[in-house]
Design a protein around this ligand. Structure first.
Ligand code: B12
Ligand code: SF4
Length: 536
């Protein structure tokens, strides 16, 4: 018998996390949405990274769409925000099925369900097929036991279904449904847009869940479909596209085939990628450069050989230096990131890493630090005693990797925090100096662009998140030149640290780019964000 098809309605939610993390439009949700749309379901994505959140706003959407499912994504750092959304959904519409997926829920599934009775289902790992099956079931029988790879609540018990048969065929997935995302807002905020060319990772770094999420065997997408997607993404006008799979450079044939295809189609775009220092070659880097790659980010983790070995990154300091040298030969900017607080960290190893950072800086590398955040599912968390680390916080809000929540026997949290704080202070002091130079007319073009972009991002973000345009309402009818001036005066009190001339320049540019649009109505001018916007 042919199963009858009952389309359901699904709301997907991206919970808040700070703009300082350089967020990109939520790619995982766009993949889920594409599969749901392909199966005939109605989908809306609500993105509280770039829209203010309140239970009333959520209620307005739930009242309007009466969704069968609200699905929320989360990483560890914003899981508490995600769970608040789940609680609010149940308070608004108790019959709605609440689902959570993503790396945090995958590896802390039972405890997340236990701690949040309002959460009905956790989806483990890749979610495309699963969310489609859940949507079908939610709109019909509401029985979950034959859907693999989930945990669900049944009476007082938590039931785990059989594992999925394996990983998805990445060439069968539809292109991510980016048309449902708030792309305009991310673009206005000067954030990068991400895409992936493969899924899977054969490495076993002890601080990462990447491999456990996506499997050890790398599944490559066809170069045609990758470049098709790239063409579409390029059309959205972002200043930067980031290829987010960190094994992009690992398979020379795959990587070069993509670069060739980009050149063949004469795509004139600038893009960046993640990579491992041991998987780049000069040949690959040169092909990437010719195809428009401007920068590559490497996880360098530590300068100390023992730490590198213990954390199973499988790279050496020599390979880091060699990768950086090849990047400079290929004229690609290299970025490096280090993790402080890994097993075996001592004051000496920290000093070694800092000194190495300076050495790399002299070679033209830009680099930054994170502090170890032992996420659920990582080996370093599961075997913390064996690795000699102490975890100081179980509050997931602290898992942002910007302050120490781990100590070793030799490196305490104060020491590591002091380093990061000094780093942040130096960065802020440098911004202050640039600001002074700008005021006295001595700043270089690069410095001017850096500061202007930063101020623009912060001010536009504050305006978006405080609903300033909606709050100020209608402004007097007047010609565009003076209308921008009036807008500036009305917006100024809402934007911290802005000066009138600078804010006016920011708003003027936004108007020129049609990011800010005046709508003339009977009661005067209503300013709105780019026309394409449909979500709020
Ligand atoms: C690109 C990337 C970034 C980018 C862009 C992030 C973005 N939101 O687009 C940048 C650089 C900004 C970034 C930032 C951070 N990242 Co990051 N990032 C990645 C990376 C390399 C790829 C993510 C990706 O796009 N995957 C492709 C999409 C398709 O997969 P996905 O998002 O996981 O979604 C799938 C499933 O998870 C699932 N799913 C997800 N949500 C939901 C929801 C429902 C309802 C369902 C059913 C299913 C489901 O289905 C999706 C489709 O299959 C991963 C590593 C990895 N291999 O996944 C790390 C990773 C996600 N990042 C990680 C971390 C820690 C961070 C930061 C906190 C950085 C930090 N301070 O340490 C921030 C937080 C930002 C955030 N909230 O996402 C960790 C998360 C671990 C954890 N438990 O928290 C990962 C897993 C890497 C690691 N270290 O282990 N990141
Ligand atoms: S850090 Fe990168 S290479 Fe290491 S396990 Fe994670 S995804 Fe794989």
């Amino acid at each position: 018998m042919k199963p009858s098809h009952h389309p359901g309605t699904v709301i997907l939610v991206n919970p808040w996390y700070p703009i300082g993390e350089t967020p990109s439009p939520p790619l995982g949700l766009a993949y889920l949405a594409a599969s749901l749309e392909e199966a005939g379901h109605r989908v809306v994505v609500l993105d509280y990274v770039v829209y203010p959140y309140s239970i009333d706003r959520l209620k307005a959407w739930i009242d309007r769409l009466a969704p069968d499912i609200v699905g929320v994504t989360a990483v560890t750092m914003n899981v508490n925000k995600a769970l608040q959304v789940v609680r609010d959904v149940k308070a608004i519409a108790p019959q709605t099925v609440t689902v959570m997926g993503g790396p945090h829920a995958t590896f802390a599934a039972e405890e997340t369900l236990r701690d949040c009775p309002e959460l009905d289902i956790v989806v483990l790992g890749e979610g495309e097929d699963t969310i489609v099956r859940l949507a079908q079931s939610a709109a019909t029988s509401r029985s979950w036991d034959d859907i693999p790879g989930i945990l669900y609540r049944h009476d007082e018990r938590i039931v785990r279904t059989r594992p999925k048969d394996g990983f998805l065929d990445v060439n069968r997935l539809p292109q991510p449904a980016r048309h449902l995302l708030a792309l305009d807002r991310y673009r206005m905020l000067h954030m990068p847009i991400t895409m992936t060319t493969s899924r899977g990772c054969p490495f076993q770094c002890i601080f990462c869940v990447g491999r456990k999420m996506v499997g050890a065997k790398v599944r490559y997408r066809s170069p045609q479909s990758v470049v098709d997607e790239m063409e579409t993404v390029a059309g959205y006008g972002f200043h930067q596209i980031n290829i987010a799979d960190d094994l992009f450079t690992a398979n020379e044939t795959h990587c070069i085939a993509i670069c060739e295809e980009m050149r063949k189609r004469r795509l004139d775009i600038r893009w960046t990628s993640f990579a491992r220092v041991d998987t780049v070659s000069l040949k690959v880097l040169k092909a990437m450069k010719e195809a428009g790659c401007t920068a590559v980010s490497f996880g360098m983790e530590s300068a100390n050989a023992n730490i590198l070995k213990t954390c199973r990154k499988g790279i050496t300091k020599q390979q880091i230096v060699e990768a950086v040298r090849m990047c400079s030969e290929a004229d690609i900017q290299a970025h490096g990131s280090f993790i402080l607080g890994l097993p075996g960290e001592t004051p000496e190893t920290i000093a070694e890493t800092l000194a190495f950072g300076e050495e790399l800086k002299a070679m033209g590398v830009s680099f930054g630090f994170h502090l170890l955040a032992p996420f659920p599912g990582t080996r370093v968390r599961e075997e913390r005693e064996a690795y000699g680390i102490r975890i100081l916080s179980d509050n997931w809000d602290d898992y942002h990797a910007n302050r120490a929540i781990v100590e070793t026997d030799w490196a305490d949290r104060h020491m590591m925090n002091a380093i990061v704080e000094e780093w942040e202070n130096a960065f802020n002091a440098e911004l202050g100096r640039i600001s002074d130079r700008m005021n006295s007319g001595e700043a270089t073009d690069g410095e001017r662009a850096l500061l202007t972009n930063l101020e623009r991002t912060v001010w536009l973000y504050e305006m978006m998140m405080a609903d300033v345009l909606e709050t100020i309402g209608a402004l007097p009818e007047e010609p565009i030149e003076t209308a921008v001036q009036t807008l500036t005066e009305r917006v100024l009190p809402f934007v911290r640290n802005a000066t009138s001339p600078k804010l006016q320049a920011v708003l003027q540019t936004a108007v020129q780019k049609k990011d800010l649009v005046p709508i003339r109505q009977e009661d005067g001018i209503h300013w709105v964000w780019a026309k394409k916007e449909t979500l709020s």
